[in-house]
Design a protein around this ligand. Sequence first.
Ligand code: FCB
Length: 436
Amino acid sequence: MGLLTGFPDGFEVGVSTAAYQIEGAIAEDGRGPSVWDTFSHTPGRIKNGDTGDVACDHYHRWPEDVALMADLGVDAYRFSIAWPRVQPTGSGALNRPGLDFYDRLVDALLERGIAALPTLFHWDLPQALEDQGGWLSRSTAERFAEYAGHVADRLGDRVHRWITLNEPVVHMADGYAFGGGAPGQALMFGALPVAHHQLLGHGLAVRALRERGATQVMITNNCSPVQPASDDEADVAAATLYDNFHNRLFNDPILLGAYPEFLESLLGDVIRDGDLAIISTPVDALGINYYNPMRIAASDSDLPFEQRPIEGVPTTAFGWPVVPDGLRDLLVGLRETYGSALPPIYITENGCSTDDGIGDSFRVDYLGGHLGALRQAIEAGVDVRGYYIWSLMDNFEWAEGYHQRFGLVHVDFETLERTPRDSYRWLQTALQERKS
Ligand code: FCB
């Protein structure tokens, strides 16, 4: 069977990127600083002291990147819009050159027949908002919805599909609970308001986008099937707890209009009357980023759970276990949990890091395996409409800097030269075969 046979008509194959990871040009044309600029310039935070100052220089080289996508033959491109480029301090005045950049990008994509799927927030909060409390502060949710409206005012005549937030769980955990990502706070359970305020921002933004004619609005959640490390009662309970924090905290309020009970009591008066109605404003689809399952054991440390390695499977250059079936299990599990409340799903990220080099048979096997598992989920009745590979090209992989390479296209970070890898050629062939 061909790689892309057996998928429903109209099934979308795309590639994903995010602004801070590729754009560079951090101080150009009026862009304001983001939390990631501050964080990456703080000594000791990023491997090798790397920053996103230049990244892939996509801000200048975007025509080449659009041409690469057109040659690849993808249906769609998921990119993110840098809030500090559009609204440098996160509120008030807009920065016209910043909006112009995304305007030109969207036009170029549409001219090449590539659908545009922008994400409005992929972790690069304007530093000025962080200085006022960031996502710990309720007002950031309101600012986010205003910003979403401004972007839709400019692009909404051509863009009808939007993703509000990328992986609010990872932003809460890395950014505010453990501090491995920007803004680098380590508040442990004190980070929980960040979950609620992101969700509130999402709900308010859904409304703002709809008012401006959006036809498809979704959020992207990072989800993992969770398995207990043993049959031991304590491990099973720890796995359930982890599942609640990682998966249900961000899916339940949106799809069911309620938090899991114990999380609601932990959030206490952070939740105000009417918030859950806003958060559960219906979405048209759910974006899922899948990388690997989690194996969880009970723990006596600061947290009641801890991650255990998944044995006997290959691992990526990052050390992440490769378990394609986890994608099928995750999707089938979501359908069992949410039933008719589960909207159509797009896999908005899936991919792996490999060692530097052009021959990446590891990535070909990885992607082939996951597409196979996805096909099985669809055969089992889960409504999946698209699959986006992370990533189009090597980029700034957050705290790992340029060390982890996820691209279908190799980037030489000295010369910024782009070179398609074997996986790019392999996908290109499959996309051509699908058309013929
Ligand atoms: C996801 C992020 C994305 C990228 C991949 C590897 O969690 O959304 O930006 O870093 O991981």
